[in-house]
Design a protein. Structure first.
Length: 67
């Protein structure tokens, strides 16, 4: 049972990503953004999905050998 995924609330995701809760709600309505689960009336996000979403926006700077 130790390998179960950790789930976050909408508020926790908002704090972690600095994405407003209203924006998260709009993304769900538009079916875009971070994958989520609906359990009755509760929304939960898997931590792995949130981290993957954040990594997907990562931009690696080009390394240049010329000065």
């Amino acid at each position: 049972m130790q390998n179960l995924p950790k789930y976050l609330t909408e508020r926790e995701v908002s704090e972690l990503t600095r994405i407003g809760m209203k924006t998260l709600q709009q993304h769900r309505w538009l079916k875009k953004g971070i994958a989520y689960s609906r359990l009755d009336r509760s929304i939960r996000y898997r931590l792995d999905d949130v981290l993957a979403f954040m990594e997907s926006g990562r931009i690696e700077p080009e390394t240049s050998n010329t000065h």
